[in-house]
Design a binder for this molecule. Structure first.
Ligand code: ADP
Ligand code: MG
Length: 406
């Protein structure tokens, strides 16, 4: 079976599909060399700064007209453009995932938050932006802290605290800030049934460490809380939210939910109706064939074993981590001595993924590579990721980088 995957970054989902024996054609905005080694990779052709989803859409259309696919799977980024997902239906190729109308509803943060709260779950107060929305003086509702968040969000870009009096543009939402541990969970859905696949901690940029505030930096899987009972409560809450979302919106396929654990409760801040980043770790840790689960769920087939996959994540499970290493200054990826495949495999063995072509210029703040590690617990895992990051930045791996002086 042959599937076309497209989205902002499809490398991990493509690897998952290939591992399950599918023929994958992949198209994303990066075109990394390790991605190209795992499957047929279509080259992204930049289209005069048009939104990247529109550029991908054009290229998808061309591919669908040219050759046969058993289905197309929209990945990261298309959750913000249900209009384009809808247009894909015209090609007569099965679009494996949620109906555009369900995607639109999930991405209406103010409405979703209200509905979650009405159903007995926790979600931050959220208001649509627009000319009429201001924060008024010191009357900020009960002195809460507030964020402005782009409606078309991704990777934490554009999220920031707002001060009293800030005008919130129409393409932003105003949301109550919830203090706590950033987390995410993954679930599989098939219309009426849902299955929790795992709960992970999210690594999010903080101002203290000179990182991009709220920027996505990676995940640690599984989520390990100091008290075991708390962990079980989180899993229970996540399964409840997954079930409610599935039955309320008629969801199908893989989903990721970002939430904040405030020590007691889980506050839903975003639903991503598609493959999401932490799933790579879940596949690595437990062998869950993520893309296969997605494809089958879209055909109405759910895994028979409905007991939580989570039962497997006990205190003695190893920990898996993923870290997006952002360029700390302008960089260029240098060439390599060995053959390209050997070079890529040598880097992969060191846990390095999402490797750009030699000669690629990576501006400061842009993602340089993704690092993957495992360890006996959370801190061992974080320590390894940190070492890997140092190794890359100090040119101690075969990924030689030229750093520009600034
Ligand atoms: N209301 C909030 N309170 C606290 N942290 C938040 C809130 N909303 C988002 N965040 C943090 O910012 C990250 C990115 O926000 P999110 O809503 O998931 O948008 P994106 O589409 O950019 O991932 C979240 O994973 C979470 O850690
Ligand atoms: Mg998010």
């Amino acid at each position: 079976m042959k599937y076309l995957l497209s989205g902002f970054n499809t490398r991990a989902a493509a690897e998952s599909g290939v591992k399950s024996g599918y023929e994958i054609v992949s198209l994303d905005c990066f075109g990394d060399v390790d991605h190209g080694l795992c499957c047929r990779l279509e080259e992204y052709v930049d289209n005069n700064n048009a939104p990247y989803q529109e550029t991908l859409f054009k290229q998808i259309g061309r591919l669908l007209r040219q050759e046969h696919f058993n289905g197309i799977i929209c990945e990261s980024g298309f959750e913000n453009r249900p209009d384009l997902v809808k247009k894909l239906y015209r090609f007569g190729v099965p679009v494996l995932g949620n109906q555009p109308v369900a995607i639109s509803r999930l991405r209406n943060f103010p409405k979703l938050s209200r509905k979650l709260v009405a159903a007995g779950f926790q979600a931050p107060l959220t208001f649509a932006g627009g000319e009429a929305v201001y924060l008024k003086g010191k009357n900020t509702v009960e002195q809460r802290r507030w964020l402005k968040k782009p409606i078309q969000s991704g990777g934490g870009w554009g999220i920031d605290f707002v001060r009293d009096g800030t005008r919130i543009a129409a393409d932003f939402a105003l949301q109550e800030y919830i203090g706590g541990l950033p987390c995410s969970f993954a679930f599989l859905a098939s219309g009426s049934r849902s299955m929790l696949l795992g709960v992970a901690e999210q690594l999010i940029g903080t101002a203290k460490e000179n990182q991009r505030l709220f920027g996505y930096r990676g995940n640690i899987f599984p989520l390990m809380l100091p008290v075991r009972a708390d962990q079980e409560r989180v899993c229970h809450a996540a399964a409840g939210i997954a079930h409610w979302l599935t039955t309320t919106y008629g969801l199908i396929g893989l989903h990721g939910v970002d939430f904040i654990h405030d020590g007691e409760k889980c506050w839903v801040v975003e639903v991503n109706p598609r493959y999401s980043a932490s799933m790579e770790l879940m596949e690595l840790a437990g062998g869950l064939p993520m893309l296969k689960l997605h494809i089958e769920a879209c055909q109405g087939i759910m895994p028979r074993e409905d007991k939580d996959a989570l039962a497997a994540w006990s205190a003695d499970t190893a920990c898996y981590g993923k870290l997006i290493l952002y360029a700390d200054r302008d960089l260029e990826i240098m060439g390599h001595d060995a053959g390209v495949a050997e070079w890529i495999w040598a880097l992969r063995r060191l846990g390095i993924r999402d490797i750009s072509k030699p000669g690629t210029f990576i501006p400061r703040g842009a993602p340089l590579v993704t690092l993957i590690a495992s360890g006996k617990d959370r801190s061992a895992c974080l320590h390894k990721l940190d070492q890997q990051a140092q190794d890359v930045l100090l040119n101690r791996t075969p990924l030689k980088i030229k750093r520009f002086v600034q």
